[in-house]
Design a protein around this ligand. Sequence first.
Ligand code: CMC
Length: 422
Amino acid sequence: MAESITITDNRTGNSIEIPIANGGVSAEEWAKLLPNIWFYDPAFSTTAAAASAITELDGDAGILRYRGYPIEQLAEKSTYLEVAYLLIYGELPNPTQYEQWVHDVTYHTFIHENVRKRFMEGFHHDAHPMGILVSTIAALSTFYPDAKDIFSAESRNKQIVRLIAKMPTMAAGAHRHSVGMPFVYPNNSLDFCSNFLSMMWKVAEPHYEPNPVLAKALEVLFILHADHEQNCGTTAMRVVGSSHADPYSAVAGATAALYGPRHGGANEQVIRMLTEIGHIDNVPAYIQRVKAGEVRLQGFGHRVYKNYDPRAKIIKRTADEVFEVTGKNPLLDIALALEEVALADEYFVSRKLYPNVDFYSGLIYQAMGFPIEMFTVLFAIPRTAGWLAHWIELLDRDARIARPRQLYDGAAVRDYVPLESR
Ligand code: CMC
């Protein structure tokens, strides 16, 4: 017998049976029985806002797969650009498709001179690079008016290539501006990650070659961050995209959502927290403060993972490889001690709080020389692939405009009082 639920309206005694399909029940059926009764689910904790074939996440089992491929295999064997192709187009590319894709992305890395000179350089010297990035992505929509043609496959592909290709250029440009260094143009003889590192760090040398271990570590981190199904940023992408705004405006919205400390900004907070703790001797006292509700353990906990985040496991290994080149990040010992204490403590165990992707990624970025302000930017670069995959899926499935309901709990009707009488 097919699985189902039965809902009874106790006011009328009427019932409706709704089939359970693919782990969910259709709200459309509910609405037939109970018009104008809304589910109250403000953070979408129990709402599936979309059906999606992109990323499979089982938070209890600690499983993450892109298009069916386990994240562990992709992190070990693939490249970020291949993963981006997989996410967006649904299949791993064949050699010809891969070559064309890498070529196209590589030859779209330059940004319009006006974007750089007039727009990016207009920011104040101490502007946060995420603020610069959000605004610059949005500004790109004015440079590519053809992006509004969202139902043309050709136009969509053009914007996809442009966005994937230009994110590192804008990201590095935001950093160079914020530290007063001259902008470095893309070097199209380098691979995606090496090119980004060159735009970040090149000074006066004619050709910048990054350490291959560090370039590979970045590749792994980019793969791990490329998608994570319906998180806050992706939901923002889908909501903006559902209004049929152009993809630059939608990616700018998603990037803004990622900026917050509860989301992509958490890796920045982890380093600030570890720095504040300062020494492993101070770990127990800090854990006490967390348990007393004074502070949160940054980089711990997740809405979906109630198990060790599989990305955190891979990142921990990558950290060891990076530290062999850069020397150990002095904050690592504090992080390890915090993890050990937390994983054995009833407070964290009973709430199923485990390290998430952000707990160790910041340590790697810091050891590689990235300033803290760049951490969320480093998240936004690869997440662009996931956002675009969701955008394409949304359009292909002809999703309706996102428009939730509310439960009004404000004032009842009342008469306007003239200013002089208040
Ligand atoms: N430290 C201490 N207690 C915590 C933490 C934490 N990091 N996270 C959750 N809790 C407690 C929380 O106080 C609550 O306890 P109680 O039931 O006694 O009130 C319980 O665990 C459930 O927490 P919640 O706030 O209902 O969980 P949520 O699903 O709304 O929040 C979260 C998820 C990720 C926002 C939260 O765990 C958090 O703030 N973590 C720290 C920030 C962080 O690391 N964010 C990165 C998330 S992963 C990357 C990304 O998505 O960008």
